[in-house]
Ligand binder design. Structure first.
Ligand code: COA
Length: 140
């Protein structure tokens, strides 16, 4: 049997303008840089893009240490939501944390799409920005 996951929590980084956003969003960036730049070799200067300012960021961290180990981002587009920048640090993979982050994003979307003024119809569409080798993960 696989080892149980270490104690953890997934938090939503405060919205733009709210206290704590910058520090927690930086922790999301640090995980992304570790995975996409250092591990996968993508350029550092494209890691943060113009969606990051308004996106909803999710941070996975260990408890009680609060060490950041994973992240995902949800951007509200015109009529749909875009999932991107999913990353879990190498040492913490295969604990179903990737799945938990996608589930947290889905839970958020279900609530957000119902808020008054949301430009999203009854059927909520989440588009996934994915690398080809990870297609199997998203399929599950
Ligand atoms: C992709 C990633 C987030 C998955 O995180 P993880 O915590 O290891 O994944 P999970 O344990 O939640 O996996 C859930 C399921 O998907 C499967 N899976 C995980 N990674 C997979 C992959 N690359 N290809 C196919 N299936 C995969 C798991 O086996 C598991 O299947 P199961 O439920 O039948 O046991 C992680 O590998 C990662 O950060 N990779 C590098 C960054 C990256 O590629 N991000 C995606 C960019 S589009």
């Amino acid at each position: 049997m696989a080892a149980p996951p270490p104690p953890h929590e997934i938090i939503i980084v405060p919205a733009p303008g709210q206290p704590g956003r910058e520090e927690l969003r930086q922790q999301c960036y640090d995980v992304r840089i570790d995975v996409f730049h250092h591990e996968q070799g993508f350029p550092l200067d494209t890691e943060v893009d113009d969606l990051d300012d308004t996106a909803t960021h999710f941070l996975l961290r260990l408890t009680p240490s609060l060490k950041p180990i994973g992240t995902i981002r949800c951007a509200k587009m015109d009529g749909y939501y875009k999932l991107s920048r999913l990353a879990v640090l190498k040492d913490y993979r295969k604990y179903r944390f990737g799945r938990a982050l996608v589930q947290s994003l889905h839970d958020f979307v279900k609530v957000d799409a119902k808020t008054p003024g949301s430009r999203v119809s009854d059927t909520v569409k989440v588009a996934c920005h994915s690398q080809i080798p990870v297609k199997g993960f998203y399929g599950k």
